[in-house]
Design a binder for this molecule. Structure first.
Ligand code: ADP
Length: 251
């Protein structure tokens, strides 16, 4: 299933339908990095939620989406890891949950996300929420705050493939590039020697994370039933990206 521009129509101002009757894609203040069609209407910047299990490719696709649409990328996993590294109150509250692969409590994460979305860069450029909402309570909190996405993307990948991706995943702390020891190995021994593995990227912890994902995703899907677009996340990254752009209604 994919979202077509038709589904975005209710949010368009009257009159923004082409002469041939085809709906036009929504328009917003497009940053220089954006390519594409002319500006026809202004309904604000893209507000995108991307959902998917651990290692479903959210991080890779977010890099591409960020570049294409100029939106602010907010990864709650990254935000929480930064909080843990800095030893903030949120970090201290989240640390134990994250280390065991469990979700951090809703009350720890909801406030941070709402505050961040209220900042001017998100309002101006739009946003790409990666890893949030992950529970029904989180989705309902966004709704209650009047925060509605323009697209909800879902990367679908079978569990066994996810586990294989997770256990082979490594990060280069110098370039932040993500490798996979089997499918995308480091270019040379020097890089190989400095690669790090996320503490929760073991098979055991990945299974805990997957269990949490499956327990909660159904409720999140229901909250966005009219908007959510599932994409096959097992394909090559360029193909997945092309599919996501169609879901957003851009191509
Ligand atoms: P992944 O999706 O690959 O498990 P993330 O980097 O998105 O990894 O998140 C890492 C960890 O951070 C999660 O296992 C969880 O403990 C915590 N976390 C991130 N986002 C949320 C969220 N929305 N709600 C609760 N916990 C979260």
């Amino acid at each position: 299933m994919r979202l077509t521009t038709a589904l975005l129509l209710p949010t368009l101002a009257p009159g923004f339908v082409a002469h041939n009757g085809a709906p036009q894609r929504p328009q917003f203040d497009r940053p220089a990095v954006m390519r594409g069609t002319p500006i026809l209407a202004s309904i604000g910047p893209p507000k995108i939620i991307i959902c998917g299990a651990p290692a479903s490719g959210k991080g890779t696709q977010c890099e591409l989406l960020k570049e294409e649409y100029g939106v602010v990328h907010l990864s709650t996993g990254d935000m929480l890891r930064a909080a843990v590294a800095q030893g903030t109150e949120v970090g201290l509250a989240a640390k134990g949950y994250m280390e065991s692969g469990k979700l951090v409590p809703d009350e720890v994460i909801i406030g941070i996300v709402k505050d961040r979305l209220a900042e001017s860069d998100c309002k101006q450029s739009g946003w790409l929420l990666d890893g949030f909402p992950r529970t029904e309570a989180q989705a309902l909190a966004l709704k209650a705050a009047g925060i509605e996405p323009t697209s909800v993307l879902y990367l679908d990948v079978p569990d066994e493939m996810l586990i294989e991706r997770v256990v082979g995943r490594r990060t280069d702390p110098v370039t932040c590039k993500i490798y996979h020891m089997k499918y995308f190995p480091p270019e040379d021994d020097e890089i190989a020697a400095r690669l790090t593995q996320r503490a929760d990227d073991t098979e055991e912890k990945c299974r805990v994370r997957l269990k949490a994902f499956h327990e909660h995703m159904g409720a999140v899907e229901k909250c966005y039933a009219s908007l959510i677009a599932k994409t096959d996340g097992t394909k090559k990254k360029e193909e997945v990206f092309a599919e996501l752009q169609k879901c957003i209604g851009d191509k």
